[in-house]
Design a protein around this ligand. Structure first.
Ligand SMILES: [Zn+2]
Length: 475
């Protein structure tokens, strides 16, 4: 079938366009395939009215139903507002070359509609520029779903022949297999450039309040609610012993200058995604991908062996939850920790990065060993039954957990001591080593340094909120 979007006739044709089309429209010359005409892009935009339209609410209700699998196609005049969130630099250059300022275009209502219906393909045409966005993930009630490919079609100037320039493509052919007939595995496939959903709106009524320095059991949910009356009703109170393995007292020994101590004024609490008794989870500044997180002790501990038995248990539980999160997104986890004892400044943080499952994750060990060799590092395997606190007890080390031979399995590797540089001198393991390996595994070498990936605070908040929403189902 063919969908024709936009005005089909031009006043400049002197009625020639109408004459050419009228036998088709009158049914005298039936087209070879069904054709649907969308007379959009005129003086009045439909999506401006969409916000109040009951259709949007109906779409939301339908898509919130259990078992909703998504729509095959969404055709809209306008782009969704916020489409540019998470785009790589090359896309901004492409858009700029096509004279489109992505942040200035798009409709909020179309973005909401796309979030609600979760189309596999979303076509829009209002900007008159051909543009294919890297696919983005959708989230449903059961976690990650298929991706959406947003495609903006170019403009066919009235009366002109079809432009040869590929960047001005105005027609797009698609061999589309309906979602209802697709295998789950095929639906969950992701390309390496997949981003998180750019549209998920922040609910202004839903705020997170962190409360510290309270002894467990001292304060009831009602008392807290009275304290935070202005914030509205409280939910998900870990301290009230309601959820998961979280909750409890947090010591007030946070170092004032430490970025990671939960009680430190330096802590950027909008990045915190989950808090348990002794361990918390936060997004790093300039993460590699939206699912990149850190597993960090609440109080100032320098190495894994300093964790209490309970702290180590929580860290491992967070690893398990993160693994479930990864598997739900078609990924596998890569954990790494670099420990270089310093005069008390270092605060333990285990990096957790989702790696697309498949060849990339199977080859992770080989890549890490070969990258290590370049830096004079040698890795030993840590047996599955070895106690991690005892293993990581002495000296500097670089420790990693990588995908094993089958999906969901792991291999634990450790390099002890520093590394030997080209001149034969012993040095510390390079600060960037783990992140470099992860960036290569993600085929994103350009994102190896966090400074190249830092986001404005508003986007950090949005990204953390999206992660929290997906991660809480795996706790
Ligand atoms: Zn600290």
């Amino acid at each position: 079938m063919v969908f024709a979007v936009g005005p089909l006739t031009s006043p400049d044709s002197g009625g020639g366009d109408e004459a050419a089309l009228s036998p088709v429209l009158a049914g005298e010359t039936p087209p070879a395939v069904p054709v649907y005409f969308f007379e959009a892009g005129g003086s009045e935009s439909l999506s401006a009215k969409l916000e109040e339209h009951p259709y949007l609410e109906s779409c939301r209700k339908v898509s919130a139903m259990a078992g909703y699998g998504g729509a095959d196609l969404l055709l809209s005049t306008e782009w969704g507002r916020g489409m540019e969130v998470d785009l790589p630099e090359r896309c901004f250059q492409e858009l700029s070359a096509a004279s489109v300022a992505p942040a200035a275009v798009g409709s909020e209502a179309v973005a909401k509609l796309a979030v609600a219906v979760k189309p596999r393909y979303h076509f829009a045409a209002s900007e008159g520029a051909f543009f294919q966005r890297p696919p983005y993930r959708n989230y449903g009630s059961s976690g990650c779903m298929h991706t959406t490919r947003f495609i903006s079609l170019g403009e066919l100037a009235a009366g002109s022949a079809a432009p040869k320039d590929k960047t001005k493509k105005w027609v797009h052919a698609l061999n589309l297999e309906p979602i209802a007939f697709m295998k789950k595995d095929d639906l969950s496939k992701r390309s390496a450039d997949t981003t998180d959903c750019p549209y998920v709106p922040v609910d202004p009524n839903n705020r997170t309040v962190f409360v510290g320095n309270l002894r467990s059991g001292d304060v009831s949910a009602e008392q807290l609610e009275a304290l935070f009356r202005a914030a509205g009703p409280l939910s998900g109170l870990p301290g009230a012993g309601k959820s998961g393995f979280g909750g409890g007292p947090h010591k007030a020994d946070g170092r004032l200058e430490c970025w990671f101590c939960l009680a430190s004024p330096q802590l950027e609490d909008h990045l915190v995604c989950s808090v348990a008794d002794e361990i918390y989870l936060a997004q790093p500044k300039g993460g590699l991908v939206p699912g990149h997180v850190l597993i960090v002790p609440v109080s100032h501990q320098q190495r894994y062996s300093e964790l209490s038995a309970e702290g180590a248990k929580e860290a491992e539980q967070y690893k398990e939850s993160f693994k479930r999160y990864c598997l739900s997104c078609g990924c596998e986890p890569f954990f790494f920790e670099r420990c270089v004892p310093t005069k008390g400044a270092h605060h333990l943080h285990i990096q957790a990065v989702p790696i697309p499952a498949g060849e990339g994750s199977r080859g992770a060990r080989i890549l890490m060993r070969s990258e290590g060799t370049r830096h004079g590092m040698t890795f030993q395997e840590v047996p599955e039954d070895a106690d991690l606190r005892a293993t990581l007890k002495d000296g500097p080390y670089f420790y990693a957990e990588l995908p094993g031979d089958v999906v969901g399995s792991r291999v634990r590797l450790i390099h002890r001591g520093g590394n030997i540089d080209a001149r034969g001198n012993r040095r510390h393991v390079p600060l960037q080593f783990g992140r470099d390996v992860a960036a290569k595994l993600l085929s994103m070498p350009e994102r190896a340094h966090w400074r190249d990936c830092s986001l404005p605070k508003a986007k950090e908040i949005l990204q953390a909120d999206i992660f929290k929403e997906a991660f809480k189902r795996q706790l």
